[in-house]
Design a protein around this ligand. Structure first.
Ligand code: KOT
Length: 834
């Protein structure tokens, strides 16, 4: 290929550098242009769906212009770039986010208003990009948002699943999964790049280099093409636009002409089908590892395409490969992208001709690894025979990495065979397994947990021996954070307006330390009143949403008590619904007169269960069965309502979170690595009822103990309780027993369906310690209720909490990663636009 000549045409160049047009006429023009030419519609036949698409495409044009400038600039100055590798990016919607970032929201609202559309309705036309399960995927989306907004040269790398997180329907109280066909309508927020395509090999055999014993040629006929799709990530208040590059498996070239000519039309496309399957679906598991072969192939396609792309970009600089870590940092979002380590080794040794030592030094300086969970069932392990068959070269490299690592340990700790067995990357079980967390750890220069307690726990458990061998300094904490753009400014416009008034400008959106000024407003009567009203308005908005999605009527005057997250035994939605049942039991025992004195409460649940997770699905059924009985009990009326909102998503969260008074984060101590919705709830003026776990602890430290309701046993007590309960019958207290009794007397339908849930507690060792924590859980609820009745104090708690939440901005988290792990600096393209 010849070198592209520099563009001599100044009009061309001037246009590409031009400012974003903000006047109504130009915006209108571009919307109509897309309506008529991209979508072949006329203004007279425009419905809200096409109004959305045409508007979105016109915003996209503006983003892509800045996207180009950002990338051109970063490559011109030779900026070091962070590559955030994640199998999940839970982005949600982009249109409103982009409008806010470009500060074009009012302008588009005006233009659309002129032709009879409300911006809110147009925004509602967009489907979520649900390329993730929950916290881990949403964290990745917040981090690329922060990189863009803080001007760090950074890209996310992921997979473009044809079907994202399944849609959840509730039928007869049960979860039913339906495919998420998010790409059925045009997606304005992705940009296909047919020119950015890499071949990815599978299977095959190895031919040893005659000269260098550890260098191989990997020959295979099974080669798939991964093609890039770019999703622009608008930075807020800056001209920088970040990028998430997603790979899709291309089916071109897999057409078998021989079979076609022989009349085997089906067979001719068999290869295409096999290829497409690779990026077809997101595995809907959160905190569990299924160990499916297809998933391993997905992971490798992702890692190989990403590493090839990063290296192709680096090679344009003409620098030697050993300097890669000076221009690139790669962060592994959990172990899912760990094959990037042996893939980089393979490229450096087999294709670039580096020695093993040079390659290893370069690789370990480039990679860093984030661990997100301590649950044993989530630990990724791959059978050696499976990996050897699909990725023979990588299996060999992993063996060598392990050999050299074990040799170095043996030198320092001679004759400690148990130590060697414990830290080996290969687990010696029947069918050996590759322990991906160990591979990620050995191949990285830094390993971090996602909240202080979690980072301590991993140093004492899974990485204990590694801390001894590789030193304390390698193992650090990076407490999670969330984006103030999406999780305050976008989802809570009324509260945001109040904050902007208090701060004096919108600078807080990129600098949450500014929230401190709210503390001085805490005694301002008018401010307090507006604060309360903003919450009430959000509650009214959620009440409408609940009515629309479930048909249930709830009053915004009740206390909104919310638990929304993946359904998992360790998150203990079961304990919550048992608490609700106990409350119902008490209400039924009261006289009508007594009941009128009770605080009205709406208990909101939402969340998906992995399709194969039977217990979690039964919990959903129990919640819905309780809801049906309680909500139709005329004696109870508005005193207690129970709602399960179907199909929890980023967009649903944007409605639900700003409306909560109290939210529950009640995992068994030591099991929730961090949690991130806890941060979002408090940032939106809600109070936490939670265990001493994950980021709850640090939130408590920041907001002060008056502003949080803790209960339950502590992480260091858990092992002892579990041990005791393995050999002794768990003893539910009276309250918990009352709840069990109510279920068992068929109050919520056939008790048989729920008996396994009760058995898990009473006969299954109560692994999640419901019997241990239930008494203090009930007490904590009482404390919440008493506090909520003190309306004035509650508003104080709410304002003080928000004012003290600066730490939990993903901007702070990303800055810490940049300074302590990635060694990169901000590189703003143009001037700040705030
Ligand atoms: C594990 C395996 C597959 C898919 C997801 C996971 C996973 C998710 N592991 N940890 N998480 C969550 O990550 C969040 C972000 O760090 C944490 O806040 C949360 O506590 C983890 O459960």
């Amino acid at each position: 290929q010849g070198k592209t000549p520099a563009c001599e045409d100044n009009e061309f160049r001037a246009y590409s550098h031009s400012e974003i047009a903000r006047d109504a006429a130009t915006i209108k023009n571009s919307v109509v242009m897309h309506l008529t030419t991209t979508f072949l519609r006329t203004p007279d036949s425009m419905d809200s769906g096409h109004a959305y698409l045409a508007s979105a495409f016109s915003v996209r044009d503006r983003l892509l212009q800045r996207w180009n400038l950002t990338n051109e600039y970063h490559s011109n100055i030779g900026a070091k770039t962070i590559y955030y590798m994640s199998l999940e990016f839970l982005v949600g919607r982009t249109f409103d986010n982009a409008l806010l970032a470009l500060q074009l929201r009012d302008e588009y609202a005006g233009v659309l208003g002129d032709v009879g559309f409300r911006l809110e309705d147009i925004i509602d036309e967009e489907r979520d990009a649900a390329l993730g399960n929950g916290g881990l995927g949403r964290l990745a989306a917040c981090y690329v948002d922060s990189m863009a907004s803080s001007n760090y040269p950074g890209w996310g790398y992921g997979l473009r699943y044809r079907y994202g997180m399944f849609q959840q329907q509730i039928i007869n109280g049960y979860q039913v999964e339906a495919p998420d066909c998010w790409l059925d309508s045009p997606n304005p927020w992705e940009f296909p790049r047919a020119d950015v395509t890499y071949p990815v090999k599978f299977y095959g055999h190895l031919v040893r280099d005659p000269e260098v014993s550890y260098r191989y040629k990997w020959e295979s006929n099974v080669v798939y093409d991964a093609m890039a799709f770019d999703m622009p990530v608008p930075g807020y208040g800056t001209e920088n636009v970040g990028n998430i590059r997603l790979w899709s498996c291309k089916t071109n070239g897999l057409f078998d002409l021989n079979k076609f000519n022989a009349g085997d039309y089906q067979g001719a496309t068999g290869g295409q089908v096999a290829a497409q399957i690779l990026t077809d679906v997101l595995y809907p598991n959160d905190n569990t590892n299924e160990g499916k072969e297809l998933r391993l192939r997905q992971e490798f396609l992702f890692c190989s395409a990403t590493l090839q792309d990063i290296i192709a970009r680096f090679k344009k600089t003409g620098k030697p490969m050993t300097q890669l870590p000076e221009l690139a940092a790669i962060q592994l979002n959990d172990t899912h992208p760990t094959l990037g380590i042996p893939e980089l080794m393979r490229i450096l040794i087999d294709e670039e001709g580096l020695s093993w030592d040079e390659a290893w030094d370069t690789t370990t300086k480039t990679f860093a690894f984030t661990n997100h969970t301590v649950l044993p069932e989530a630990m990724e392990k791959w059978p050696v025979p499976m990996m050897d068959k699909i990725l023979p070269r990588h299996m060999g490299i992993i063996y060598d990495i392990n050999l050299f690592f074990l040799q170095s340990v043996e030198e320092r700790f001679p004759k400690d065979r148990e130590l060697l067995r414990n830290i080996s990357i290969i687990e010696e079980s029947n069918s050996q397994q590759v322990r991906m967390a160990y591979l990620a750890c050995v191949g990285s220069h830094k390993v971090n947990g996602v909240a202080a307690i979690h980072s301590d726990i991993i140093k004492q458990t899974i990485f204990k021996d590694f801390v001894r061998i590789q030193g304390e300094d390698k193992f650090i904490n990076k407490t999670n954070g969330v984006s103030p753009r999406r999780w305050v400014n976008e989802c809570n416009p009324d509260m945001s307006r109040l904050i902007t008034e208090a701060v004096g400008d919108r600078s807080w959106i990129n600098d949450l330390t500014k929230l401190k000024v709210l503390e001085s407003k805490v005694d301002d009567k008018e401010f307090r009143q507006s604060w309360w009203e903003a919450k009430q308005k959000n509650k009214a908005r959620l009440a409408e949403y609940i009515l629309a999605t479930t048909g249930i009527n709830v009053s915004p005057d009740a206390l909104f008590d919310v638990q929304v997250k993946r359904i998992h035994e360790y998150k203990r939605q079961l304990m919550n619904i048992l608490g609700v049942i106990y409350r119902y039991h008490r209400l039924k025992q009261m006289s009508a007169a007594e009941r009128t004195k009770e605080l009205h409460r709406v208990v909101v649940f939402a969340g998906k269960a992995a399709a194969g997770y039977w217990v979690a699905k039964q919990v959903i059924k129990l919640i819905n069965s309780v809801a049906e009985v309680v909500n139709s009990d005329e004696e109870i009326g508005d005193v207690l309502k129970v709602v399960f909102i179907p199909d929890y998503s980023v967009t649903a969260a944007e409605y639900i979170i700003p409306a909560s008074d109290i939210s529950q984060h009640i995992s068994t101590a030591g099991t929730e690595a961090s949690g991130t919705s806890n941060m979002k709830f408090v940032l939106n003026g809600g109070i936490i009822l939670g265990t001493v776990d994950g980021a709850n602890i640090e939130i408590g430290e920041e907001v002060g103990e008056e502003q949080i309701f803790f209960f339950g046993c502590l992480a260091h007590e858990v092992d002892e309780f579990r041990h005791y309960l393995r050999f002794h019958q768990p003893k539910p207290d009276e309250a918990l027993q009352a709840a069990f009794d109510m279920i068992q007397s068929n109050t919520f339908g056939d008790a048989h369906i729920f008996q396994p849930l009760i058995d898990a507690v009473l006969c299954g060792g109560d692994v999640y310690l419901l019997t241990v924590d239930f008494p203090s859980y009930v007490e904590a609820h009482k404390a919440v209720e008493a506090a909520y009745r003190q309306h004035d104090d509650w508003v104080t708690k709410s304002i003080l909490s928000v004012s003290r939440m600066a730490k939990f901005s993903s901007d702070r988290a990303v800055q810490e990663y940049a300074e302590e792990i990635w060694n990169i600096e901000p590189a703003p393209v143009g001037k700040s636009t705030v």
